[in-house]
Ligand binder design. Structure first.
Ligand code: TXA
Ligand code: MG
Length: 343
C-alpha cells in the first residue's frame, strides 16, 4: 500500500486503510510509518499476531514490544490509572517520539506483547499516516522497529522491504521518518522516572515539564531496564570505528593492506576524507545533529551493502542534543569501542 501524507484525504486512501485494518484484525502483521522509525505492527491483544512479529524479525522473546495508540482514552483498557505527572508529560509530548513504561493492568494485552512483564511501554506516534492507521484500526498495535533484529532500524519503507520482504503481510510505503532515531523510553513505574533509552526528547526537556529530576539509567549491559538495550544493535556487517573528537585535518585513518574503507561524516568534514575512501554524508554542518540522526541508519545500511571492509564514523561532541545519536553510534560498534585519537 502506498500512502503518503499528502494522499491522506484521497478516497482511495480510505480503501487502503480499511484493507490494512482487515489484515490486522485477522492477525496479520504490517510495516507502518512513524516519525521515529518504521514499525512492524500487529494486534497487541492477539498472541498469534505477536508471535508473527517476533518470528519475522528473529527477535528474542524476552524483549517486550511497544504498544501504539491514537488516543489516551485507550490506556484505561490495559494500564493502571495514570499518575498526574505521567499525564502531564503525555499531554505535552504526545503525539511524538516518547514511550512511557507503565504498570500493566488486566489481561487485554497478549502476554507475549510485554514479554510476560507486569509493565508495558506505550507510545502515540505523530506521523500523520501512522496515526491514521491507528485511528482506523481502533485497537492497540504492538510495533517494534521493522528491521531484522540487530540491523539498523528502518527509516524508509525500502529498508523494511529489504529486511522483511516475504516475511510480513504488507508494508505501507510512506514518507521517510523525520526523526530517524527510536523514541525516548521513560520508565514511569518508579520514582524518580528513569530514561531507559535516550531519544530525541531529552532529559532536560522532560525535567522542564516535570519540574523534577529524571534519572538517566539504562541499567547494566546484563540487566538493562529496557531488555532491548542488551542486544547488539543497529550494526552494519563490517567493523565500525568511531573517530572520537570527530574527523579532523590530521586524523589518521588506519587502512589495512588491500582494505577498502568507508567514512560517514558531515559534509563539512569531507575535505579530510582520503580520496580512496567511500564517503557518505551524514549531515551538512558538524552541529546539524537532527539531520545526522535522521540519516544515520540509512548511511549504515548503505555501507552494509557496499564493498568496504571497515567503516569510520565521525564522533560528535558529547552533549544533551547528541546523546541519542551517539548512543546509537556506540551501540552500532557492538560496544567494542575502538577509539581513533586525532593525532
Ligand atoms: O520509536 C520507537 O520506539 C519505535 C517505533 C516503531 O515506535 N519502536 C521501537 O521498538 O523502537 P523496539 O521494539 O525496537 O524497541 C523497544 C524498546 C526495547 O529496548 C524494549 O526492551 C523496551 O523498549 N521495552 C518495551 N517494553 C518494555 C517494558 N515493559 N519494560 C522495559 N523496557 C521495555
Ligand atoms: Mg528495535
Amino acid at each position: 500500500w502506498e500512502i503518503r501524507t499528502e494522499q491522506l484525504k484521497d478516497r482511495a486512501t480510505d480503501e487502503k486503510l480499511k484493507e490494512i485494518r482487515t489484515a490486522l484484525e485477522y492477525g496479520e502483521v504490517v510495516g507502518i510509518p512513524t516519525e521515529t522509525v518504521y514499525g512492524l505492527a500487529g494486534d497487541a491483544t492477539n498472541p498469534e499476531a505477536i508471535q508473527k512479529i517476533f518470528a519475522a524479525k528473529n527477535r528474542p522473546g524476552d524483549n517486550p514490544l511497544i504498544v501504539h495508540i491514537h488516543s489516551m482514552d485507550q490506556l484505561a483498557d490495559f494500564t493502571e490509572p495514570l499518575d498526574m505527572k505521567v499525564r502531564t508529560l503525555m499531554k505535552h509530548f504526545w503525539p511524538g517520539p516518547i514511550s512511557f513504561i507503565l504498570p500493566l493492568k488486566g489481561k487485554m494485552l497478549a502476554s507475549n506483547t510485554v514479554a510476560e512483564l507486569d509493565s508495558v511501554a506505550v507510545r502515540m506516534p505523530s506521523h500523520p499516516v501512522g496515526h491514521a492507521i491507528l485511528e482506523k484500526v481502533g485497537f492497540p498495535l504492538a510495533a517494534p522497529s521493522a528491521n531484522l533484529s540487530g540491523k539498523p532500524s528502518p527509516t524508509d519503507y525500502s529498508h523494511v522491504i529489504d529486511d522483511l520482504n516475504g516475511k510480513v503481510y504488507g508494508v505501507v510505503a510512506s514518507d521517510p521518518a523525520t526523526y530517524g532515531l527510536e523514541s525516548t523510553v521513560l520508565d514511569c513505574t518508579q520514582f524518580p522516572y528513569r530514561i531507559a533509552r535516550p531519544g530525541s526528547i531529552t532529559k532536560g526537556a522532560l525535567e522542564n515539564v516535570l519540574k523534577e529530576t529524571v534519572s538517566k539509567h539504562e541499567g547494566s549491559a546484563e540487566q538493562p531496564i529496557a531488555p532491548g538495550m542488551k542486544y547488539k544493535h543497529y550494526a552494519p556487517r563490517q567493523p565500525l570505528v568511531v573517530i572520537e573528537g570527530g574527523l579532523r585535518n590530521n586524523t589518521h585513518l588506519r587502512v589495512g593492506e588491500g582494505q577498502k574503507i568507508g567514512v560517514i561524516a558531515p559534509e563539512a568534514a569531507r575535505n579530510h576524507v582520503p580520496e580512496h575512501a567511500y564517503f557518505i554524508s551524514l549531515c551538512s554542518g558538524e552541529s546539524d545533529y537532527r539531520e545526522a540522526g535522521r540519516n544515520l541508519y540509512a548511511a549504515l545500511r548503505k555501507m552494509d551493502k557496499s564493498e568496504v571492509d571497515l567503516i569510520y564514523i565521525h564522533g560528535f561532541p558529547k552533549n544533551e542534543e547528541t546523546e541519542a545519536l551517539m548512543n546509537r553510534i556506540y551501540k552500532a560498534t557492538g560496544n567494542e569501542i575502538i577509539k581513533e585519537d586525532p593525532k
